[in-house]
Design a protein around this ligand. Structure first.
Ligand code: AMP
Length: 423
């Protein structure tokens, strides 16, 4: 137990984190290009927020939340997603009093008691954006285009945008009735989960992954036939804007998504050929959530993408990320006097922005050069008694195998000039 992490969690070791930093940098950059500002909310919230915000009848609230009672007898929950938290913060700080839309983004860990497998964890990370206060269908299209922009900058290929409109409460109610009517006779053929969904949330039956359920709903009435005039024209415009922005999409009238709060636009981005956990992001419009959480009647739209899944897809598609030079200079010093000189030289070089490593064990020159190679140092500075006496150092370019003698006084500027950033 003491040396094993909890099931469904991951340790991110240094080699892995190089990739994370690369991805996160792009996320921060693109978010600001589209006018989103970062927000950081607590990892846990009052349980009620998610019950209300995510929806009582969702899988997340019914069976996936990490809920606990704290020492003050309050029910708290580790956030399973961040839209509800972002809405809560937006309301608590009255951000709606300023200019609209308010555009926020977040990156951080989420927690769901899911069945762990490749690409599905109990602690995972999401990047997400939320835009509060604008109804315009062009914003829906822009949000989808932004998600695709991120994936394209990362070099991901074979992505499909699945698009649907889940309507408003009015058209959804009508669809729900027709659907229940259709499924009534076929209830015994559905999986136990869907039998449970029949009364509470029949729409979810439409995107059940079980083969049997898929067969049963193959001919079931879908929402596209039931949209009201307002939802229909909004959906039409979202598609026109997507065409304008040259974002390809596929209509999927069965796309429902696992959160209750969506209205009108719902979308999911799927990476083809990466196995079962192929959804790398998704989102939609939620025009009643802010009010539902106790705020003014303001619309909203957002999406979230799983960072573990992005990294997995990058790996599966064999996309090489640029690797930074980890060590610019290794200082191989021999003898006590040279060690001191080497320690000071390391500090001087770090001050001017070079990554410097040195030996802490008093090893032989051969062993130190081996260490420099292992670190893939770009350059090694050899400081021996003899060189010191002549106020010189030997500088070896590791890759080229070239060696030069440089006066100590010129060493810093010589090394700065030769610094390479990327391979
Ligand atoms: P959702 O909040 O369920 O709409 O999920 C948005 C995205 O988060 C998904 O497309 C996945 O990329 C990612 N995601 C959701 N659940 C998990 C999980 N348990 N483990 C890893 N990634 C997840």
């Amino acid at each position: 137990m003491l040396t094993t992490r909890p099931r469904g969690t991951n340790d991110l070791l240094p080699a892995e984190l190089v990739k994370w930093h690369y991805v996160e940098n792009i996320l921060h950059q693109v978010a600001s290009l589209y006018g989103y500002q970062e927000i950081r909310t607590p990892i846990f919230e009052h349980t009620e927020l998610f019950q209300r915000g995510v929806g009582e009848s969702t899988d997340i609230v019914e069976k996936e939340m990490y809920t606990f009672i704290d020492r003050g007898e309050r029910s708290l929950t580790l956030r399973p997603e961040a839209t509800a938290s972002t809405v809560r913060a937006f309301l608590e700080h009255k951000l709606y009093a300023g200019p609209l839309p308010v555009k926020l983004y977040y990156i951080g860990p989420m927690f769901r008691y899911d069945r762990p497998q490749a690409g599905r964890y109990r602690q995972f990370h999401q990047f997400g954006v939320e835009a509060f206060g604008a109804q315009d269908p062009s914003l829906d299209a822009e949000v989808i285009a932004m998600a695709m922009d991120i994936y394209q900058r990362l070099g991901l290929k074979n992505l499909v945008v699945e698009l649907n409109s889940v309507g408003c409460p009015k058209c959804r109610q009508a669809h729900r009735q027709v659907l229940q009517e259709y499924l009534k006779e076929k209830l015994s053929k559905l999986c136990p989960t869907c039998q449970g969904r029949f009364a509470r949330n029949p729409l979810r039956i439409l995107d059940c992954k079980s083969e049997h359920c898929r067969e049963v709903v193959a001919e079931a009435p879908t929402i596209d036939q039931m949209l009201c005039a307002d939802c229909r024209s909004h959906f039409q415009l979202v598609q026109e804007y997507l065409q304008e922005l040259q974002v390809a999409y596929t209509l999927n009238p069965r796309l429902v998504r696992g959160l209750d709060y969506y209205t009108k636009t719902a979308f999911e981005i799927v990476a083809q050929g990466i196995g079962a956990q192929s959804s790398i992001g998704g989102g939609g419009r939620y025009d009643h959530l802010i009010e539902e959480c106790g705020g003014p009647s303001l619309p909203g739209i957002g999406y979230a993408m799983g960072i573990e899944r992005i990294i997995l897809t990058l790996e599966e598609q064999g996309i090489e990320l640029p690797t930074e030079i980890k060590t610019h200079v290794f200082i191989a010093a021999l003898g006590e006097k040279a060690q001191k000189k080497g320690a000071k030289l390391a500090q001087d070089l770090r001050q001017v922005g070079l990554v410097v490593e040195r030996d802490y064990f008093g090893k032989s020159l051969k062993a130190q050069l081996k260490a420099a190679n292992r670190l893939q140092a770009q350059t090694t500075v050899i400081l021996g008694e003899e060189e010191l006496a002549k106020e010189q150092a030997v500088v070896r370019k590791m890759e080229e195998g070239l060696q030069e003698v440089v006066p100590l006084g010129e060493l810093v500027s010589y090394l700065v000039k030769g610094k390479k950033e990327e391979k």
